[in-house]
Design a protein around this ligand. Sequence first.
Ligand code: 7TS
Length: 408
Amino acid sequence: MNTSEIRKLFPILHQEVNGHPLVYLDSGASSQRPISVIEAMKHYEEFDHSNVHRGVHTLGSRATEAYEGARAKVARFLNASSEEEIVFTRGTTTALNLVAGSYARSVCGEGDEIVITPMEHHANLIPWQQVAKATGATLKYIPLQEDGSISLDDVEKTVTDRTKVVSVTYVSNVLGLTNPIREIAAIAHRHGAVMVVDGAQSTPHMKVDVQELDCDFYAFSGHKMCGPTGIGALYGKKKLLNNMEPIEFGGEMIDFVDLQDSTWKDAPSRFEAGTPMIASAVGLGAAIDFLEQIGMDNIAAHDRKLALYAQNRLSEIEGITIYGPKENRTGLVTFNLDDVHPHDLSTVVDSLGIAIRAGHHCCQPLMRWLGVSSTARASFYLYNTEEDIDRLVSALLHTKEYFDHGLR
Ligand code: 7TS
């Protein structure tokens, strides 16, 4: 993988911020887009736009082909068994809310269980709390081990025959670890539960095969994998999707409408009421082309190498605490430095042109488990280099000096 050639394809990276060349280390929140994605969306808007699935005119057909073509790319990218298993959504959050609001609400009742972990992003936590409150089901947590990982023994102990849904993130957006989804799915299935996967942080960084994972639902966002905002998808096994009730109603999702009742089309249409985000879907398709051209295995190796390099370089700084397991980090490092508030850290490094994230990362229960209210986080992608991390380390040393002097 030639990172310096890849960097040339991302126009946004070539600018100065606060008088310094930009170092973008916040791809975990949202990645940047290559020129091919920007151009694909521009071409669509300039030449092909119309509404989809409606008119018989040429632009209508082109728009429909572009939109459905993007769905086919997503299906292939995740190795779904058919395009009908891919529902376009606004992103991971909307996809998980769809599974919770439709599937889980209909199967859960008093005494049933939903199993998640304390490391979940709020998008994979609050929807389940809401289902539990509405149905009388219990929300149970697989405990975390000392380094933040989960053990399959604990999964075995937590999942029971009353469990209807197990929902776990593939990669943690704070700890950077990868959960053993295939093994967890096997345990869930043995108890008759479905396996839901939050793929927001895994899909950008590794080859994903939903059939090999044998998960029932898989959610991800386009904007974290070189695509635009406002688009993502829910993969669901066909027989599950076609037995689920829609949670939004209107045009394009119906089969037959009478004055008092209506029937639905099969998936994915039944979950895509109204005019969809067509240009964003085109952009997501172009992002998949781009990532596949570079190769997901190459990207995975690059991101892991950078995370390891960052972990080693940051550990050299006195007073730093790095969170999460030492091994197998996927593309990010979360840390605190002495008692400098992460927001102050992030402000000082921003003044040196470096973008990192600070806060609770939408993981308040995990922050409580870590015993902190917030952390800083540097996250990496295919356009980052070891020099970016060296710049971060120098900026952190500068910050430390600044605050040490301030305290004296
Ligand atoms: N799940 C995980 C694991 C995430 O990291 C995120 C976003 C989401 C779900 C929600 O994705 P969305 O596209 O629907 O918003 N995570 C982050 C983050 O770590 N920093 O900013 C957003």
